[in-house]
Design a protein around this ligand. Sequence first.
Ligand code: RIB
Length: 299
Amino acid sequence: MARVVVVGSINMDMVVTTDTFPRLGETLFGTHFSTHPGGKGANQAVAAARLGAEVTMIGCVGADAFGGEMKATLAREGVDIAHVSTGREATGIASITLSGGDNAIIVVPGANHELSPEDIDRASAAIAQADVVLAQLEVPYATVLHAARRAREHGKAFFLNPAPAVELSGELLDLTTLLTPNEHELATALQTPEGAWAEVITRAPVPGPRIAMTHGKDGAYYADANGALVHQRGFAVEAVDTTGAGDTFNGALAAFWHLGIDEAVRRANAAGALSVTRAGAQGGMPTLAELEAFLNTQA
Ligand code: RIB
């Protein structure tokens, strides 16, 4: 069983469904409203836990009802929440508009931005026992960098899902084992032209991480040991809500990393596909049994 430490955000997602996205200044009637547990960090933690990994979450919520609910949700999923601290700000929220298979998201980080390097140090025993430390960028950059340094000190793999997109420093790139951007995040993270991703993936920076780039329902791209581009196709499913598909991919990649990159990406693609078949970022994330049953139907 893989041991995964997730450093990241915990949000309550407030989801509105509409027939069209509003234009600036326009008021529209929506068709549905719901709340779902979310946050890139919590989503990735839940994805890995459902797939059988032993997961510790390092995060921060507010001393409010959403914070209690989010911690209870993580605990129910089997995620260790001993390192989820309580900050002064409100629990993070994401305002999500869904329309015609697309989404638009505004995140208000709240307590997520209180996650500090000291919180990482308090969890150093968990990092020392981890196989993979997995982070995203909805918590402070300095905290992510600190987690990467601690992972390196303990000789652990450090995966960075660089979302939301920012330019990454040379030090963070050097400390990262695997970078998992989408096309836009890759261009921003490395300051490379948007269309040049194939070249960027096959000539990953040295020193620097290996890159596994997600490409929506098309699947994922990475370089093999000889530097040749590998494309693993996505799996065709009926999409209900694509929120959290990338997070499911990341959680699965960490959970299955010990199987090698080819099998880990294949399974992560399948998990990501299944995740979009139900509402909510975490709603469709498969269990290990569900993933295996799905893969058997694809063989
Ligand atoms: O990646 C999807 C997630 O992004 C949502 O759950 C939302 O909370 C934002 O963090």
